[in-house]
Design a protein around this ligand. Structure first.
Ligand SMILES: [Zn+2]
Ligand SMILES: [Zn+2]
Length: 397
């Protein structure tokens, strides 16, 4: 069997801070979306999903993701417990560009990286949480041009599974109804909770509390996919998703169709083309490869751990611009007169060098640093690794 045996894209690393209502089963799609909260109980309908941005109310930010199914439960910060960032040896995938997935042999994708972290880990992978849309290329009229929305942490592996059928980890709904093309993906979610909520709402615009008032219906001459694209464009303009640093990626650039003119994605949504490549960051192999994090550039007080830490993304040029997450978020929000309305900024500029970044980039960077610190502590036997970051901080891909 050429396929790896991972049936699920669900990021088990996140499970320990979810009060589990997600339970992937062995026979269906990788993640079973529970019914919307409003269907469970009236009381649950008003509950609020939380996930950590490490900001406000000690270490937790509340984002109202109550559209989503499972995360109606309270989520506590994932800090310092096993980081969900996978620690692996960097794996370079040789993936041909701009070829429809359905025309690719499974071997074209190379193997999936192993999940086991080991003493020889030389890099950690940046986390990836994406929600994609498939289009069926089935010759059967009933299935042709059908769309399927799904969640993944590894789109290259996932499309292979869909096209291999359910015995290889593909979803029941896509098994024997393909081949499928993974046309586009929205990524950049801060964690699986946010991505799964997005997936559910994209699948269920008529049930989603945030979307149902829009009464989105497929127009007579609209293709299935054009309708799905219109839905996602509405979502990208709707709270809470419009506050995330998301990327819209045309995985198959030749399949691009124009965004609906009445509702294009907001300008902070990055548009990209081509397949997703795994991004990794190196783990220094000696203590000398690490530096201690500086005091907060804004309040001048020490930053006690990486869970409170974000840094300027001009890592080489602005290497001492380190911040308490709370200090930086507050400064940027106050400058934009958003402090009363928002919990974290969408984008901002470094107070030291004025380079700009999206908040999501800072969080992705921070979570990778936490993973590095875990490797450093466990494998390099570096004590107090939670206050150390790699001296170079150079990322590779
Ligand atoms: Zn501070
Ligand atoms: Zn800077």
């Amino acid at each position: 069997m050429a396929y790896d045996n991972e049936n699920y894209d669900f990021d088990f690393g996140d499970m320990d801070f979810l009060d589990m209502s997600y339970r992937p089963t062995t026979s269906d799609e990788p993640v079973i979306a529970p019914p919307p909260v409003s269907m469970k109980s009236p009381a649950a309908a008003t509950s609020v999903a939380q996930f950590s941005f490490g900001y406000r109310s000690p270490e937790v930010v509340t984002l109202d993701f109550d559209d989503e199914p499972g995360p109606s439960t309270r989520v506590t910060p994932p800090r310092k417990v096993k980081s969900p960032v996978k620690t692996t040896k960097a794996t370079k995938l040789a993936i041909p560009e701009n070829v429809p997935f359905s025309e690719l042999a499974s071997t074209a994708f190379g193997g999936s990286p192993t999940k086991a972290a080991s003493a020889s880990s030389t890099s950690v992978e940046y986390e990836f949480f994406g929600v994609y849309c498939l289009i069926s290329r089935s010759p059967v009229p009933n299935y042709k041009n059908r769309c399927y929305i799904g969640y993944t942490v590894d789109p290259n592996r996932r499309i292979r599974q869909h096209n291999a059928g359910k015995h290889a980890g593909g979803a029941k709904k896509t098994s024997d109804r393909g081949p499928w093309d993974m046309v586009c993906i929205v990524h950049g979610f801060p964690n699986s909770v946010a991505a799964l909520g997005f997936e559910w709402a994209w699948q269920n615009p008529a049930k989603s509390r945030r979307l149902k008032l829009l009464n989105l219906k497929k127009k007579p001459k609209e293709s299935q996919f054009a309708f799905r694209l219109r839905i996602v464009c509405h979502m990208l303009n709707t709270d809470p998703w419009k506050r995330l640093s998301l990327t819209f990626r045309w995985l198959i650039p030749s399949e691009e169709i124009p965004f609906p003119t009445e509702i294009p994605p907001p300008k902070h949504v990055t548009k990209r083309y081509g397949l997703v490549e795994k991004q990794t960051v190196d783990v220094p192999q000696t203590v000398a490869g690490f530096q201690r994090i500086s005091d907060c550039y804004l309040c001048r007080k020490p930053i006690e751990s990486l869970s409170q830490f974000v840094r300027c993304q001009q890592i080489a040029l602005c290497s001492t611009a380190h911040f308490h997450m709370t200090c930086l978020a507050e400064k940027i929000l106050r400058e934009a007169s958003e402090f009363e309305d928002a919990l974290f900024p969408i984008e901002g500029r470094c107070p030291r060098c004025f380079s700009s970044w999206q908040w999501g980039q800072l969080i992705t960077d921070q979570r990778a640093l936490i993973a590095i610190s875990t490797v450093a502590k466990d494998n390099l036997k570096i004590a107090h690794s939670e206050r150390l970051i790699p001296r170079s901080g150079k990322s590779t891909s």
